[in-house]
Design a protein around this ligand. Structure first.
Ligand SMILES: NC(=O)c1ccc[n+]([C@@H]2O[C@H](COP(=O)([O-])OP(=O)(O)OC[C@H]3O[C@@H](n4cnc5c(N)ncnc54)[C@H](OP(=O)(O)O)[C@@H]3O)[C@@H](O)[C@H]2O)c1
Length: 248
C-alpha cells in the first residue's frame, strides 16, 4: 500500500525540538509519525497535537535498539508502504558533570553512550528507512547537529568544550557528507543543520530562542525541492532570516 500524502518520521518527538518540528510539519499538511522511547510521554504529546486538530500518528521507538527500529520499519511498511521525510532529532548531551567537560577526564562510557544515541542510531534508522524512500525515489533526511560540532568552531574554541557531545555531532556531520555522496543521483536528499541554542530540557532556561524557532530550518530541509541541497550543513534560519550554509 502507498499513500500520496507525505509521511514524516521524527525521532524523539515527545518533547523539545522534535515536538516543535512535528507540530510545524503537521501544520503544513504533512502526516507526521511522532515517536518516543517512552510510550506514556509519546502518547501525551500526540494527544496535544491531535487536540489542535493536527494529523499525527504515534509509534514507540527507541533509536538505540535494533529490535525497536526493525519493528517500527515493518509497521511503517505495512501501514504506509513508504516514508518521505526522516528527521533524526533524538539526541543526548551528558555534559553536566565537571569531569565530562574535559577530554582528559571524560568517562569512555559517556563517550560510548553518547555516540550510540547521537551517531550510530542515526545510521541505524537511516539504513532501515532509506529503502522505504527508494521505492518512490523520494526522500528528505534532516540530521540535527550543532554549530559546536563544526571543525571550524572547534578550531576557534568559541564554545566551551563538551567532548562527548561535540565529537558525536562531528560524527553526524561526517555521516551527512558521506551519506549525501552515496545518495547522489537519487532524489533522496540528506542535510544537517544547527538549530541554535534553544529553551528545551537540553538547552535550559537561559537559552535565547524557542524550540519553535529552532524548528524552522528543519521544515525548510524536510521540504526541499527536487535537485535541492545534498550533504550540506545549515544554520538556524532565525539567525540569518533565511537558509544559510555553515562551514563544516
Ligand atoms: N537544545 C539546544 O540548545 C540544542 C542545540 C543544538 C542542537 N540540539 C539538538 O537538537 C536535538 C533535540 O534536542 P532538544 O533540545 O529538544 O533536547 P531534549 O529536550 O533533551 O529532547 C531530546 C529528545 O531525544 C529523545 N531521545 C533521547 N534518546 C533517545 C532514544 N534512545 N530513542 C528515542 N528518543 C530518544 C528524548 O526522549 P526522552 O524524553 O525519553 O528522554 C527527547 O524526546 C538533539 O539532537 C540535540 O542534540 C539542541
Amino acid at each position: 500500500m502507498t499513500t500520496p500524502q507525505k509521511i514524516a518520521v521524527v525521532t524523539g518527538s515527545n518533547r523539545g525540538l522534535g515536538y516543535a518540528i512535528s507540530r510545524k510539519l503537521s501544520q503544513i499538511g504533512i502526516s507526521v509519525i511522532l515517536t518516543s522511547r517512552n510510550e506514556i510521554d509519546g502518547l501525551a504529546a500526540k494527544q496535544q497535537l491531535s487536540d489542535e486538530g493536527l494529523d499525527v500518528d504515534y509509534y514507540l521507538l527507541d533509536v538505540t535498539s535494533d529490535k525497536s527500529v526493525q519493528q517500527f520499519t515493518e509497521w511503517l511498511r505495512e501501514t504506509y508502504g513508504k516514508v518521505d521525510i526522516l528527521v533524526n532529532n533524538a539526541g543526548v548531551n551528558p555534559t553536566t558533570k565537571p569531569e565530562e567537560s574535559s577530554l582528559l577526564t571524560v568517562q569512555l562510557e559517556t563517550m560510548r553512550s553518547t555516540f550510540e544515541t547521537n551517531v550510530l542510531a542515526v545510521l541505524r534508522i537511516s539504513q532501515a528507512l532509506i529503502p522505504l524512500m527508494k521505492v518512490q525515489n523520494y526522500g528528505r533526511i534532516v540530521n540535527i547537529s550543532t554549530e559546536m560540532a563544526s571543525l571550524t568552531s572547534i578550531l576557534s574554541d568559541y564554545y566551551p568544550l563538551a567532548p562527548s557531545y561535540r565529537l558525536s555531532k562531528l560524527g553526524v556531520n561526517g555521516l551527512t557528507v558521506l551519506l549525501g555522496k552515496e545518495l547522489q543521483g537519487t532524489n533522496i536528499l540528506v542535510n544537517a543543520y544547527s538549530p541554535g541554542w534553544m529553551k528545551t530540557d537540553m538547552g535550559g532556561d537561559n537559552a535565547p530562542f524557542t524550540a519553535e524557532e529552532g524548528a524552522e530550518t528543519a521544515v525548510y530541509l524536510a521540504t526541499l525541492p527536487d535537485g535541492g541541497a545534498q550533504g550540506q550543513f545549515f544554520a538556524e534560519m532565525r539567525k540569518f532570516g533565511g537558509p544559510i550554509q555553515l562551514q563544516w
